[in-house]
Design a protein around this ligand. Structure first.
Ligand SMILES: *[C@@H]1O[C@H](CO)[C@@H](O)[C@H](O)[C@H]1NC(C)=O
Ligand SMILES: *[C@@H]1O[C@H](CO)[C@@H](O)[C@H](O)[C@H]1NC(C)=O
Ligand SMILES: *[C@@H]1O[C@H](CO)[C@@H](O)[C@H](O)[C@H]1NC(C)=O
Ligand SMILES: *[C@@H]1O[C@H](CO)[C@@H](O)[C@H](O)[C@H]1NC(C)=O
Ligand SMILES: *[C@@H]1O[C@H](CO)[C@@H](O)[C@H](O)[C@H]1NC(C)=O
Ligand SMILES: *[C@@H]1O[C@H](CO)[C@@H](O)[C@H](O)[C@H]1NC(C)=O
Ligand SMILES: *[C@@H]1O[C@H](CO)[C@@H](O)[C@H](O)[C@H]1NC(C)=O
Ligand SMILES: *[C@@H]1O[C@H](CO)[C@@H](O)[C@H](O)[C@H]1NC(C)=O
Ligand SMILES: *[C@@H]1O[C@H](CO)[C@@H](O)[C@H](O)[C@H]1NC(C)=O
Ligand SMILES: *[C@@H]1O[C@H](CO)[C@@H](O)[C@H](O)[C@H]1NC(C)=O
Length: 516
């Protein structure tokens, strides 16, 4: 008897765990027709999403910092497991904003601080001495985060309480940064090698002036503001934001698309010079945010399939594969040009060779979210799914699920990669967004102010996908099954006694108009 039980246990283990990752699923929002994939998704979420599977780490699941506002929202707006959403949502009201609740600083009113307890980024050392940098990506991320929490919770009190802060921050972008004329202009960091400082989370890259990353997020903020103003009935404000959003795609393309390179550049400095080092993260995210079109997307995907500059360090030394880290695309296809590099956190021996650092040719797991969403937007469903499964298999193939603990003596993973080549766990809590692409993309569930939109896109190898979400005040189990082979999707939500067909390419919109 005992012998048989052991055999059965081993067999189940073998089926459910193809790899070496010993992680367990503490939270199980995902389910699919593949038991291995289901386990990998939930284990990944437990390690990198909720951080309940600690392995050898002490990680906290939240960024809890203005720069992370939107990433925390992508992680936690759709589920309130253990009250994590309540926590992340409440944190938004604690971000310091000049001119609110007695907060003052050296920047004008409406500037949201770069860090939770500091107006500037904590980079006051190295090449730029004791003077820290002002960052700007947190400004548009704040409205985008508020939108996500409101759309999922439909909590009017939350929206009415926080909207004045959001509008105050928007005023900074629109007036102080000239965003009401189109692209926000960062006059503090002018994007030139001579005088600029880093302006974003990519904190060794001297982007500034017309910053592509800040601008694409501003676009999201504009479209989100249209919806939020509609909810509270500010018709004039809604129209104003709508007018700015209408032509934004053309303005964005006109400033940042480089036709001879076939991609968006990183920024345009005060002298009008485009700075490009093959910024992969910029391009994938722009497409995922709805900028560009199929012609541009195909050029970008083509670029990512071609050989990039050879990596100069580590186990992938010499590789020209954009996906050499397997986990996710490299962040840049060229070494960030030296004049554009701010060496404030370089090691004592000097800047690491190309591929040696997440900001230049290394990778970060969060890129996979935007990579999947960009490809799904253009219906490259199986390619998108391959990116997800390669990431999950790579995590599964490592004895510590690709987590590092430098203090406890794990500076490298089983593949010889170190924690500054692949950004996985601490200090990268945003990594967890990568599997949210399963929810937003393949199950196809996104909240908008007028309801939950369910637009499934199943890869050819899956017949069934399921995600559990907390929407409004309900927990919903959203199930999509292929019916009559791949020709139609069947959606069921048992809690709503809902059972309907969806034609591939279409959406089902679940709205609760009565609760308005
Ligand atoms: C997950 O999906 C499988 C079918 O693929 C089903 O048998 C199982 O009951 C589901 N589990 C949960 C927790 O929904
Ligand atoms: C503003 O700048 C002054 C002088 O550089 C500095 O002492 C002060 O701490 C700054 N204020 C904030 C909120 O950073
Ligand atoms: C709605 O938001 C308010 C303000 O943020 C909060 O105090 C309240 O608990 C929220 N309500 C629910 C049901 O979460
Ligand atoms: C910002 O807008 C003002 C008012 O139109 C204009 O005078 C100024 O030149 C603009 N600044 C930049 C950097 O474009
Ligand atoms: C596009 O990139 C090429 C190559 O870096 C550069 O020579 C050209 O000036 C760029 N185009 C514009 C409009 O800046
Ligand atoms: C994409 O936009 C460019 C102009 O920016 C245009 O030439 C091209 O035809 C567009 N492609 C599609 C598929 O609409
Ligand atoms: C990487 O490969 C190049 C070319 O083969 C070699 O010159 C260099 O020493 C290698 N660097 C490291 C850090 O292994
Ligand atoms: C994971 O390991 C298996 C077994 O060694 C291997 O076949 C597979 O290619 C690996 N996958 C990835 C994505 O690393
Ligand atoms: C997306 O691709 C699938 C399979 O390749 C196809 O069946 C479907 O019609 C496509 N949908 C759209 C909207 O192009
Ligand atoms: C549902 O949402 C889709 C996607 O935004 C939209 O195109 C469609 O018109 C909506 N349908 C209804 C009935 O609201």
């Amino acid at each position: 008897m005992l012998f048989e039980v052991v055999i059965v246990t081993l067999a189940v283990r073998f089926v459910l765990s193809a790899g070496k990752c010993p992680g367990q699923a503490y939270s199980t929002p995902f389910n699919t027709s593949s038991p291995i994939l289901t386990r990998q998704l939930n284990v990944f979420w437990s390690i990198y999403g909720t951080c309940e599977e600690k392995l050898d780490t002490n990680d906290n699941p939240f960024g809890d910092n203005p720069a992370w506002a939107e990433w925390d929202a992508i992680k936690f707006s759709w589920n309130n497991h253990n009250g994590y959403r309540d926590h992340a949502q409440a944190t938004l009201s604690r971000f310091p904003i000049n001119g609110i609740d007695g907060t003052t600083g050296n920047m004008s009113n409406g500037f949201i601080w770069s860090w939770m307890d500091s107006e500037r980024w904590p980079d006051a050392r190295g090449s730029h001495g004791s003077i820290a940098s002002y960052h700007f990506d947190q400004l548009p991320r704040f409205p985008a985060a508020v939108y996500q929490y409101y759309a999922w919770t439909r909590n009017r009190t939350f929206l009415q309480t926080i909207l004045p802060r959001v509008e105050f921050v928007m005023t900074y972008l629109l007036v102080n940064m000239n965003g009401s004329y189109g692209i926000p202009i960062n006059r503090v960091n002018d994007g030139t090698p001579e005088t600029s400082r880093p302006s974003t989370y990519m904190d060794q890259v001297k982007s500034g002036w017309k910053d592509t990353w800040v601008t694409m997020t501003f676009y999201t903020a504009l479209t989100n503001m249209v919806e939020l103003e509609k909810v509270v009935g500010n018709h004039n404000q809604m129209t104003f934001y709508q007018t700015l959003a209408n032509n934004f795609g053309e303005i964005f393309d006109g400033a940042f698309w480089n036709e001879s390179l076939g991609r968006y550049v990183g920024w345009v400095d005060r002298n009008g010079y485009q700075h490009d080092s093959g910024y992969v993260f910029i391009n994938l995210e722009a497409l995922a945010r709805g900028l560009g079109n199929r012609t541009k997307a195909d050029r970008i995907f083509q670029w990512l399939s071609e050989p990039a500059d050879p990596i100069g360090i580590g186990p992938h030394n010499g590789s020209t594969d954009v996906y050499h880290n397997v986990l996710a695309a490299r962040t840049t296809t060229e070494n960030v040009a030296q004049p554009d590099w701010d060496g404030w956190s370089d090691p004592d021996e000097g800047r690491r060779p190309y591929g040696g650092l997440v900001e230049s040719g290394g990778t970060m797991i969060w890129l996979t979210y935007y990579d999947i969403m960009a490809r799904l937007r253009f219906n490259y469903t199986d390619e998108a799914f391959a990116i997800l499964t390669r990431m999950l298999d790579r995590v599964d193939n490592d004895s510590h699920c690709l987590t590092f603990n430098y203090e406890k003596g794990r500076p490298q993973d089983d593949f010889g990669e170190d924690f500054v080549q692949i950004g996985s766990n601490f200090p990268f809590p945003e990594s967890g967004i990568a599997v949210v692409a399963f929810l937003h993309g393949f199950v196809g569930v996104q909240a908008k102010i007028d309801g939950l939109y369910i637009c499934p896109q199943l890869p050819s190898s899956l017949d069934f996908v399921q995600a559990q979400v907390d929407y409004d005040t309900s927990r919903l189990t959203i199930q999509i099954r292929k019916q009559n082979a791949p020709s139609i999707y069947h959606l069921t939500i048992p809690e709503q006694q809902l059972s309907v067909d969806i034609v591939p390419g279409a959406c089902y919109n679940l709205s609760f108009d009565s609760s308005e």
